[in-house]
Design a protein around this ligand. Structure first.
Ligand SMILES: *Cc1c(COP(=O)(O)O)cnc(C)c1O
Length: 430
């Protein structure tokens, strides 16, 4: 099939990036379990190494199975290219790497995956980078936080753990005016529910580990390039606009145009940082994405039903699901994620920390795990686990206070999920 961009999402999630294998006709994308690729001749090898021809050299940089996945995710997100990485966290470093330098900062939302808060608070400081955390509902604060050294604005579309929805249009208007790229982590929404590039995102990052693969079998990530940012409009992004010494003075933006970021990600990022996705993982993720829309529709329907039921339960203080009319984010659903508010939310229990511990121990269908976006329903007490490294203030700001449990609604029978929650809530109050 030709890759007609007018095809619908359900068609593209199965066909984009995949062609019958030229050697065998294999219909499913083969797992190219190979480290290296034989050059046609010495001249071909030289052209590949000089970036004058695109092709396969060594699987740290490029691999046909991974390339099919890159193309599929880029198409689904409406980007021009994508770079797969070994994890979602690797994707975040790979997204920042070409933009940053010692002394530079990012302006990031307070409502982020706990591991991202830790990565941005502590680990990136080892590179001389830093993050300023701001409430992204306070647009003036976002504007004020951007300074001369800011090189990116970072947020999640549907934000972990509460399922809050970020006003991407308002945030991208601010980042555009400041001349810095907007990076959106679209893990919790997936391109089926939200397409951040249509709301002004420059780069989209994913943990493929979650809904994209959809069954808890893979650790992977991806950076999608919108191709829309003018890296040469200022002197802020020399990795992309200035001569690259490792390629005889080649300028990525001048040479590759809208694909500058993607080429840099492969030719410099994967080559030198080595955060490569393996072909086996890419294959699992390609298979997972084939059913993405079907699964997301079920995640949303189940979450809507379960969250609505939880809200009326006497043991429950509050439910954060943006699909509920009671959520302050409910009016953003139609504009930012029109097919639904996802499958992730938090619930605050009466009885605080102790009740939460009893609740997670009593659940039977729900697994207590540090994961989300699985076909299975999952639960975690963030304050004692994923958000444990955060200060109490950061926990509250991130929506992970001690009386809060994060719930990732799977695609099982909603009535079975409700019955399981009901018996566990009963035990939580004992
Ligand atoms: C899981 C997750 C990450 C990190 O991804 P890994 O694949 O675990 O490295 C980043 N952002 C969000 C929103 C996540 O849910």
């Amino acid at each position: 099939m030709t890759q007609d961009p007018t095809y619908g999402f359900d068609t593209l999630q199965i066909h984009a990036g995949a062609r019958p294998d030229p050697a065998t006709g294999a219909r499913q994308v083969p797992i190219y379990q190979t480290t290296a690729y034989v050059f046609r001749d010495a001249e071909h090898a030289a052209a590949l190494f000089n970036l004058q021809e695109v092709g396969y050299i060594y699987s740290r940089l490029t691999n046909p199975t991974v390339a099919a996945l890159q193309e599929r995710v880029a198409v689904l997100e409406g980007g021009v290219g994508a770079v797969c990485c070994s994890s979602g966290h690797a994707a975040q470093i790979m997204a920042l790497f070409p933009l940053m330098a010692p002394g530079r900062n990012i302006v990031a939302s307070t409502r982020l995956y706990g591991g991202t808060v830790t990565q941005f608070t502590h680990t990136i400081r080892r590179f001389g980078w830093s993050a300023k955390f701001v409430d992204f509902d306070d647009l003036d604060a976002v504007k004020a936080a951007i300074d001369e050294d800011t090189r990116a604005v970072f947020c999640e579309s549907i934000a972990n753990p509460g399922g809050y929805i970020t006003d991407l249009d308002a945030i991208s208007a601010i980042s555009d005016a400041a001349g810095v790229p907007l990076i959106v982590d679209n893990t919790s929404a997936t391109p089926y529910l939200c397409r951040p590039i249509e709301h002004g995102a420059t780069l989209v990052v994913h943990s493929l580990t979650k809904y994209m693969t959809g069954n808890g079998t893979v650790t992977g990530g991806v950076v999608v390039d919108s191709g829309k940012f003018d890296w040469s409009a200022s002197d802020k992004f020399p990795s992309l606009s200035a001569p690259e010494p490792a390629y005889h003075g080649l300028k990525f933006h001048e040479t590759f145009g809208p694909l500058a970021f993607t080429f840099h990600g492969i030719a410099i990022g994967l080559r030198d940082l080595g955060m490569t996705l393996n072909p086996q993982a890419a294959h699992y993720t390609l298979m997972g994405i084939e059913t993405l829309s079907l699964r997301m529709d079920r995640h949303v329907a189940n979450a809507q039903k379960v969250a609505g039921w939880l809200e009326t339960h006497p043991a429950v203080e509050r439910v954060t699901y943006a699909g509920l009319a009671s959520s302050p984010y409910n009016d953003r659903v139609a504009r930012i994620c029109p097919k639904g508010a996802g499958g992730l939310f938090t619930v605050a229990l009466k009885g605080g920390y102790e009740s939460c511990m009893k609740f997670v121990d009593a659940l039977e269908i729900f697994s207590h795990v540090a994961n989300l976006g699985d076909a299975r329903s999952l639960v975690i007490h963030s304050a004692s686990t994923t958000h444990r490294q955060l200060t109490p203030e950061q926990q509250v700001a991130a929506g992970a206070a001690p009386n809060v449990v994060r719930i990732s609604i799977g695609i099982e029978d909603a009535d079975d999920l409700i019955a399981d929650l009901d018996q566990a809530l009963h035990k939580s109050q004992a």
